[in-house]
Design a protein around this ligand. Structure first.
Ligand SMILES: [Zn+2]
Length: 339
C-alpha cells in the first residue's frame, strides 16, 4: 500500500475510460508515420493551443490526426504509442475510442480498420499488462446510416475482440442526437455498452437528452451538469458515471480557469466520476498531470483517487475476470475499498 506522504502519483494505478486513440499521437509516433513532420510543425498542427475559442476550434486539430491515420501501419503505431503513454502513467485499465469511418480515405474498409486496431490493442495489452476495451464512436455530423453502420461494427467485432461499446462524439451544439438513436438502440439491445459525449459544449439539457433518449448510464464529460441541481440529484440517485477530463475542458473553453473546474464540486455532491485525459496529443497532457493538478488545486488525497478509480471500475465495460484483476491492483496500492 502506498503511504499518503510519500505518494508518487505516477506509480498510482489508474483507470482511464475516456481517451481518443486518434488524438493521442506523440511527436515520435507522428514522425514514424511521416518523417517530414518537424517538432515545430507538430506543435503547430497537432498540439492545440492551451485555450481554443470553442469546442469547434478544438475539433479542427483532430482533423490533422485523422489525415495521418489512414493505413494499417499508422493505426498500429497509434495504438502502440498510446499504450506506451498509458504505461508511463500507471494506467492498469483503459477504454480507448475512435471513429472507424474516418479512416477509410486510402482504401481501408471499416471492418479492416476495427480488426487492425483490435489486434494491435490485444497485442499491446499482453505486452504491457494494461487491460483494455475499445469503444467505437459515431460522430454528431455523421448521418443516420453511418451511425447505424458504426453500431453494427460494435456488434460484429464484440464477438471476437476487445470492442465493448458505442459512443457519439463531435459538436453537440450543432447536431442533436435524433438521427443516431437507432444506432444506440441496436447496441443496447445487443447487451453492449453505450456512452455519450454531452454536457461539454452543451448545457445540462444535453445530458438529460442523452440519459432520456439513449438509455446511457455513462456520460463523456457531463461537467455542465453542475449548473442544474435537479440534474445532479438525478445523476447521484441513478448512479450515472461522468468521464471527466479536466485539462480538455479548459482547452475547449468549457471551464474558464483551472480552479473553477466543477470536478471537485461534482464529487462533493456525490456524483460518480473518473478522471481521464480525453486527447493526450491535442491537449498535451498526461494522466499523472491531471492527478497532480487535482491534488494541488483541490487538495485531493489518496482516498479521493481511490474513490474515483473505484467509480471508474464500477462503470467500466469490462468482464468479470478483468474487473477482479483490476480491482486487486487498486486494492494493492490504495488498500481495501471503504466499507
Ligand atoms: Zn472525448
Amino acid at each position: 500500500m502506498i503511504a499518503e506522504e510519500s505518494a508518487d502519483l505516477t506509480a498510482l494505478p489508474k483507470i482511464e475510460l475516456h481517451s481518443h486513440l486518434d488524438c493521442c499521437l506523440s511527436h515520435d509516433a507522428v514522425r514514424r508515420i511521416d518523417p517530414g513532420v518537424s517538432r515545430e510543425r507538430y506543435e503547430a498542427l497537432f498540439a492545440g493551443p492551451s485555450r481554443c475559442a470553442s469546442l469547434t476550434e478544438f475539433l479542427t486539430y483532430t482533423l490533422n490526426y485523422r489525415a495521418m491515420l489512414q493505413t494499417e501501419r499508422a493505426l498500429r503505431i497509434a495504438v502502440e504509442d498510446v499504450f506506451a503513454q498509458m504505461a508511463a502513467d500507471g494506467v492498469v485499465y483503459a477504454e480507448l475510442r475512435f471513429a472507424p469511418l474516418v479512416h477509410l480515405r486510402e482504401g481501408l474498409s471499416a471492418d479492416r480498420v476495427v480488426r487492425c486496431v483490435a489486434e494491435e490493442t490485444t497485442r499491446q495489452s499482453e505486452a504491457t499488462g494494461i487491460d483494455a476495451g475499445l469503444i467505437l464512436c459515431t460522430l454528431r455530423d455523421h448521418d443516420a446510416a453511418q451511425s447505424l453502420a458504426t453500431a453494427r461494427l460494435v456488434e460484429r467485432h464484440s464477438r471476437t475482440g476487445p470492442v465493448v461499446a458505442l459512443d457519439i462524439a463531435g459538436d453537440e451544439i450543432a447536431h442533436p442526437l435524433d438521427p443516431h438513436l437507432p444506432a444506440f438502440d441496436l447496441v443496447r439491445e445487443a447487451g453492449l455498452g453505450v456512452t455519450v459525449h454531452a454536457g461539454e459544449a452543451g448545457g445540462p439539457e444535453s445530458v438529460r437528452e442523452a440519459l432520456d433518449r439513449t438509455g446511457t448510464r455513462r456520460i463523456g464529460h457531463g461537467v455542465r451538469s453542475v449548473e442544474d441541481p435537479a440534474l445532479l440529484d438525478r445523476l447521484r440517485n441513478d448512479g450515472v458515471h461522468l468521464e471527466v477530463c479536466p485539462a480538455s475542458n479548459l482547452q475547449t473553453a468549457v471551464v474558464p480557469a483551472p480552479e473553477r473546474h466543477p470536478v471537485d464540486r461534482l464529487r462533493r455532491a456525490g456524483v460518480r466520476l473518473g478522471i481521464s485525459t480525453d486527447t493526450r496529443g491535442v491537449t498535451n497532457v498526461r494522466l499523472t498531470q491531471e492527478y497532480e493538478r487535482l491534488r494541488d488545486l483541490f487538495g485531493w488525497t489518496l482516498a479521493d483517487f481511490h474513490a474515483v478509480n473505484r467509480d471508474a471500475l464500477a462503470a467500466a465495460f469490462a468482464d468479470d475476470p478483468v474487473r477482479r484483476r483490476v480491482g486487486r491492483a487498486l486494492d494493492a496500492a490504495y488498500g481495501p475499498p471503504p466499507a
